[in-house]
Design a protein around this ligand. Sequence first.
Ligand SMILES: [Zn+2]
Length: 107
Amino acid sequence: MKKLFSSLDRFEIQAVRSELDALSIPYLVKNEYAGGAVGELPWQDAQQELWLIDDTWYQRASAIVSSLVARMTQSSEGANNDWVCAFCAEENGAAFDHCWHCQTLRP
Ligand SMILES: [Zn+2]
């Protein structure tokens, strides 16, 4: 078994679980019911963990997790992040999904 992901944030755990469910990737959850005791336990103990039962999924599953986490981080940091076009190196405002200069899709 391999540990895939852990978080204190139930929303994140839930998001990862639904992706894994959708692809029928076998996993198990550790500390699923520990959340109620936050504040009494050291934070490590209350953190939920997702473990892959079948290691052969690891590469696929960790790619899913990192893209999910990237998306969630982006949305929680708000829309103030300018980005640089990978194609023409033009700087674009956070509100744009395509480069204003060359129309390349935001990475
Ligand atoms: Zn561009």
